[in-house]
Structure formats: structure tokens, C-alpha cells
Design a protein around this ligand. Structure first.
Ligand code: WTA
Length: 674
């Protein structure tokens, strides 16, 4: 890591904003001064300026019980009203809110007035199903307008949504439903992905029957949007068609004010243990920072811009920069259902051309994939409308950054590399495009109102030109308010490494100007295509397979996806007992030798294990490779040395093995893999 960051720091290209961009930029340099004078007061100003408060707040930050923050606690607002009704009341009802593009090429447009009307009906549907303030609703939908409508309808009545990415399995969905005790699931028959309908409803059906009658779920109803038109099973009394309910719903619904700290959503994310964490966000502070960052980092001119974030609503980016930020700001946006390569490799660029997209927010993994396909594809489309590009989810390497700017941004658009997390709720480190001189590969500077530090292991801030651990040193409005149902884990995970400071789990380095370069996770969390996956969660899934005795998972560097999941497993051999029945016994590693299994068996087993993880957690967690090994490298205290496994997975020479209990083991492993 250090080697590669040193190379990066030799990056000398600099891109200052053009005079024209600077002159018209929404955010000017004085924002930094205003914020540093009085941080909570600055956020208070933003909250008043950007949002409508039914009851104005008189307090900004309450940090009397750290790490449990309250922002704008005596204020009241309605999040959905802020995203919808107020724009209509301000005379912007005819402005397009959503340009939705289906993967097969069908499309639908919603103005702010139309979207408001749909959300009012959906809110009435929820109320009629008995969902009320504080109740949890699981949303398991493709990227269709109903995903946005559902989220806003839940917010509108003061309930709490838990969006579960459609790529997660029935088991993962059930774990999330159970953890939050969701009363309702909103899903679809299926959605379009990669040229065909991918069913969703069967996973909901399967998830709700896990554990049989002994293990009933908390779900009372399943609302089903018709999208894929695929055949589905139906449970009478439980399942309801979305369109029937909407058609029968009252059209009027007046948004009620709720206190600023009203829970808005739970979003599960992988941590360092097997159990995903339900990250809890609340209303007023979250919406303030979502709107502030969306406006200033993307230089949003809502009357003229067409904004497109390619993120799925199943991730935090889809919450903050598809739903809440853009709609609070009255932006016009594009949302797209499908994959970038369906039906052809130029699909994204065709969409940019069709809608005249001006601001594009995407992940480095996608950029690198397009780079590999070659510029002849985007060159076939008119991308001249683009004036600002954004990046999120993982470090963007300078080569991809420059390609993004040259090929997609016709050599002129600023690129904002935005660092943040599910937990931070909104962007924390990013250039301001009209102010900052850009450095490819660096996320650069904390946003106004955000206090970032890079610390050494003792908690002392490192100086310029050194690396360490990234922390947020002061509370911020969109910060997580906790882990659902587990306050101790919240304190332990984020606030115990450096008392009083939020530890993000990322390594970072300050360059000689003090700009921040992100170095990736320092814990056992992987980042695959910008999605967080936990090594422990995949290991526990592998070990649940009857043939697996032990498993170790590492994130290996991957040119396209950033990291790739690589698993090393020790298998149990199948032997015949006296009774002749096949049986499973753990075979002593020294006698098993991997050679005991022939190559075909190994391939078949490794394919089976990859499929097993995909079924248990979801396709995104499927290991790229599974190596069957005789032993795993461990320290004398029994800790698996992932560093050595990473060396093997990345095809490097194996590093220092002096702390290994058995130095032989690495020869065996690398022999097998090589
Ligand atoms: C990584 C996604 C470098 C980081 C919004 C963080 C980044 C994790 C960047 C959070 C970036 C996100 N540069 N690394 N611009 N943005 N990360 O919760 O490791 O899905 O901790 O939130 O992604 O992932 P999450």
C-alpha cells in the first residue's frame, strides 16, 4: 500500500476551475471561513436556508451525551414535504423531478406535482395497512420510480424505511426484516437486469417462510409492484398489488411535522463481524447535509441542470444522492433501472445524450470497466451536455480520473472525488468544483463544516506528508445516530479506538499540501465495486457449507472492481463409514494434502462454494476464486494472517512469515494456488 501511495503522490497534474465555471459556481471559498468561525452555527444557517421547518429550531447541536448527537432537536419538519410539496407550492410543480429510464428502453417522467401526488397516495396506502409513525418498512425493489415513491411515502408518515438491495438473497433479506421487525415489505414481481427479467418476489416469499411455522416473521403484508410481469406465487391475505392499492387510495394527504431527530431510515452495511449493522439515520440533520452537499459539491443549478447518479437505492448513495439530496434541492434527475452494458456497452452514454445530463455521479469501478472497453464506445455519443463529473465508493486512481475527464468530460469538466460512508450519511471530503484546484486521485479537502483528522496509532495527528487513520473529530449533522438495537456496538465500533472521535475504518495520507489521499480500509471490510463486504460474513457463510471445515477470505486487488473476494478453504473429506454410508469427517491437514482431491473435484467444489455464498448472501458476495487448501497460515495465537493470503491471491511473493506458527504452511498454499 505504501509503495503504491508513494507513486500516487508523484502525480503532478493539477486542474484549476475555468474562469467561467468559477464565476458561476454555487459554492465560493467564503463557505470555509463561515464554517470554521462557528461550526454548529454554520450548520444551523444551512438548515434554515435549505429546508422548510414547520417549527423552527432554536438549538443546533446537542453533544451533551457523546457519541449520541442531536441536531436541531427542538425543530420540526417533514422530510417528504421538503422533497416534494414545497417545490409545488413555490410554483415549480411542472419541473421534472424524475426521468426514469427502464432497461429495455421504456421511460416515464414525473414532474414535482406528479411525484407529490403519487407519494400522497402511497402514504395513504401505508396508513390504510396500519403502518404508522416509527414502524419499519422493508423496501426490496429494483430501480423503478416506485422505489423513490415508497421511500418518500414512508418518510412522509414518520415511519422508517429499510431498503434492502435487490441483489441480496432471501436469507439476507430475512435477517434485515427480523432485525428491524418490519411490518411491511414493498417489492416487485421482478425488474430488468442484463437483458432479462430478474425475479424478486420469490426471494420475499422464501425469506418469509425461513424457519417454517415455528419462526413467523413480523411482516403483515407484502405490497407488490408489477414491473417484470413474470409469473409469481401469491399468498392471499398477505400479498397486495401496489397498483390496486394506489388506485383505491385517497389522493389527499397533508404532511405532518415530526421532530428533527425522528428516525428516517435504517440501512444495513457490512462490518468486521458476520452480522451486518443497521445504520440509523434521522431527519433534520441528515436532510440538511444531504441538501448542502448535493447543492455545493455538484454545483447544482436546479433550473437548468439534469443530474444523474447511477447508484441503486439499495446503497447509501441511492438514499442521499438519488432521493433526499436532489429532491430536497428541487433538482431534475435521471434514474436508470438496468446495467451499464444492456443492451449495449454504450447504454449510459446513450442516456446522457437522450436526457442532456449535465452532472454525472458514478463509481470508479464503472469508469475502469468503460476504460477497458475503449473510448470508441462513448465517442459515438454526444456527451457535450456534461459539465461536472463525480466519483464515489472507492479511491479513483489517477489514470481512471484523467480518462473520465478526457473521454467522458471532453477534457474540461471538473471531477469531484467524494469520500463518505453509509455511516456519515453524506459527503465529508470533496473538492468544491468552483474553488478547489483538482488533483487526480485525491479526495482532497474536508467539506465546510466537517472536521477531519489523520491520526497515528496513539491518536496524535500526523503532519503533512504522512499517513495514518482517518477520523472525524467533531460531530456532523448527517452522522449516524447509532446501530439499530445495539448502542454498545455503536460506541465500540466507531468511538472506542480514539475516544471522542469517530473512527471511519479507512487509512489516509496527507500530502505535502495537507490534501487527503484515501488508502482503503484498514479493517476486515472489503470494497468490491464500491460495495462493502465483510470478510467475516463470507467466511461464516462458507463454513456453513457441510464440506467446509475452515475458511479465510481476503479482498485481493482487482483492476476493475477495486478488490475481489478471494477465499481459501479447508475442506472436510467425504469418506465411507463401516456402514457404507457416505460420511463427512475432518481430515487431518497433513494427510489430506490437497492432492488427495483430483482437479475436477476441486473445480466442482470451488464452483459449488461460490454458488453457496451467492445463495446465502447475494450474488455481490460471490467469491471470484475459491482455493481449496490444506492449511491456513496462522499466528501462534491462532489468528489467520490475511496479509499472507493476500500476497498469494495477488500473485506476489510471500512476505514476512516470521510470526507464523508453521512456516511450512505457506509453501503448501502457494504451491496449490500457483
Ligand atoms: C470507501 C459509500 C476512497 C471507503 C458512499 C469508505 C472511498 C467506504 C470513497 C464506505 C472515495 C467511499 N475515495 N474511498 N471517494 N468513497 N470510499 O458505506 O473505504 O458503501 O469507508 O459508502 O467506501 O462505503 P459505503
Amino acid at each position: 500500500m505504501t509503495g503504491s501511495i508513494d507513486n500516487l503522490l508523484h502525480e503532478t497534474r493539477r486542474f484549476a476551475p475555468s474562469e467561467e465555471f468559477q464565476a458561476n459556481a454555487v459554492a465560493q471559498a467564503e463557505l470555509y471561513d463561515r464554517a470554521s468561525e462557528d461550526r454548529p452555527a454554520f450548520w444551523g444557517e444551512q438548515a434554515r436556508e435549505l429546508l422548510h421547518w414547520h417549527t423552527p429550531f432554536t438549538k443546533t447541536l446537542n453533544w451533551s451525551n457523546p457519541p449520541f448527537a442531536q441536531w436541531f432537536e427542538d425543530g420540526e419538519l417533514n422530510v417528504a414535504y421538503n422533497c416534494l410539496d414545497r417545490h409545488v407550492e413555490a410554483g415549480n410543480g411542472d419541473r421534472i423531478a424524475l426521468n426514469w429510464e427502464g432497461e429495455p428502453g421504456d421511460s416515464v417522467t414525473f414532474t414535482y406535482a406528479e411525484l407529490t401526488a403519487e407519494v400522497k397516495k402511497a402514504a395513504n396506502v401505508l396508513l390504510s395497512l396500519g403502518v404508522g409513525r416509527g414502524d419499519r418498512v422493508a423496501i426490496y425493489l429494483p430501480m423503478i420510480p416506485e422505489a423513490v415513491i415508497s421511500m418518500l411515502a414512508v418518510a412522509r408518515i414518520g415511519a422508517v424505511h429499510s431498503v434492502v438491495f435487490g441483489g441480496f438473497s432471501a436469507e439476507s433479506l430475512r435477517a434485515r426484516i427480523d432485525d428491524a421487525s418490519a411490518r411491511l415489505v414493498i417489492t416487485a414481481d421482478g425488474g430488468w437486469r442484463k437483458g432479462k427479467v430478474s425475479a424478486l418476489k420469490p426471494a420475499v416469499d422464501a425469506s418469509l417462510t425461513i424457519g417454517g411455522d415455528e419462526n413467523p416473521s413480523t411482516v403483515e403484508h407484502v405490497l407488490v409492484v408489477k414491473r417484470g410481469k413474470n409469473d409469481i406465487d401469491w399468498v392471499e391475505g398477505r400479498d397486495l398489488w401496489w397498483h390496486d392499492q394506489i388506485a383505491a387510495a385517497d389522493t389527499e394527504h397533508e404532511a405532518q411535522p415530526f421532530p428533527a431527530e425522528t428516525p428516517l431510515f435504517i440501512l444495513y452495511t457490512s462490518g468486521t463481524t458476520g452480522k451486518p449493522k443497521g445504520i440509523l439515520h434521522t431527519s433534520g440533520g441528515y436532510l440538511t447535509q444531504a441538501a448542502f452537499t448535493h447543492k455545493n459539491v455538484f454545483d447544482l443549478h436546479p433550473e437548468t441542470d439534469v443530474y444523474w447518479s447511477t447508484a441503486d437505492v439499495g446503497w447509501i448513495t441511492g438514499h442521499t444522492y438519488v432521493v433526499y439530496g436532489p429532491l430536497a434541492n428541487g433538482a431534475t434527475q435521471v434514474i436508470y433501472e438496468g446495467t451499464p452494458d444492456s443492451p449495449h456497452g454504450g447504454r449510459w452514454w446513450e442516456i446522457v445524450q437522450k436526457y442532456g445530463v449535465t452532472i454525472l455521479y458514478a463509481a470508479p469501478t464503472a469508469i475502469r470497466t468503460f476504460m477497458k472497453l475503449g473510448r470508441q464506445i462513448p465517442d459515438q455519443f454526444d456527451l457535450s451536455s456534461l459539465r461536472l463529473l463525480g466519483s464515489v465508493g472507492e479511491p479513483i486512481n489517477p489514470e481512471a480520473w484523467v480518462w473520465y475527464r478526457d473521454v467522458i468530460g471532453h477534457g474540461t469538466t471538473p471531477i469531484v472525488d467524494t469520500w463518505w460512508q453509509t455511516e456519515t450519511g453524506a459527503m465529508m471530503i470533496s473538492a468544491l468544483p468552483g474553488v478547489t484546484t483538482l488533483k487526480p486521485g485525491s479526495a482532497q479537502v474536508p467539506l465546510p463544516g466537517i472536521h477531519i483528522e489523520v491520526l497515528d496509532e496513539q491518536g496524535t495527528p500526523v503532519g503533512k506528508n504522512s499517513g495514518g487513520l482517518l477520523v472525524v473529530a467533531e460531530p456532523w449533522p448527517a452522522m449516524l445516530r447509532g446501530i439499530w438495537g445495539d448502542p454498545d456496538r455503536y460506541v465500540e465500533t466507531y468511538w472506542s479506538t480514539f475516544p471522542g472521535k469517530y473512527f471511519a475504518g479507512d487509512g489516509a495520507r496527507l500530502d505535502r499540501d495537507g490534501d487527503v489521499w484515501l488508502l482503503g480500509r484498514v479493517d476486515d471490510v472489503m470494497n468490491v465495486s464500491g460495495h462493502r463486504l465483510s470478510t467475516a460474513e463470507i467466511e461464516s457463510s462458507l463454513v456453513s457449507h457441510p464440506r467446509v471445515a475452515e475458511a479465510a477470505v481476503v479482498g485481493a486487488n482487482d483492476e476493475t472492481t477495486g478488490q475481489a473476494v478471494v477465499a481459501f478453504v479447508i475442506v472436510r473429506a467425504e469418506t465411507a463409514d463401516d456402514d457404507g454410508e457416505a460420511d463427512v469427517t475432518v481430515v487431518d491437514a497433513t494427510t489430506l494434502g490437497v492432492t488427495a482431491l483430483d482437479a475436477t473435484t476441486l473445480d466442482a467444489l470451488s464452483a459449488e462454494l461460490r454458488a453457496h455464498v451467492a445463495t446465502q448472501i447475494g450474488a455481490i458476495a460471490r467469491p471470484k476464486q475459491v482455493f481449496i487448501v490444506a492449511e491456513l497460515p496462522k499466528t501462534r495465537s491462532g489468528k489467520i494472517m490475511r496479509r499472507l493470503l493476500r500476497d498469494v491471491a495477488e500473485g506476489r511473493e510471500i512476505g514476512d512469515t516470521t510470526t507464523l506458527a508453521d512456516a511450512q504452511v505457506m509453501t503448501v498454499i502457494s504451491g496449490t494456488v500457483g
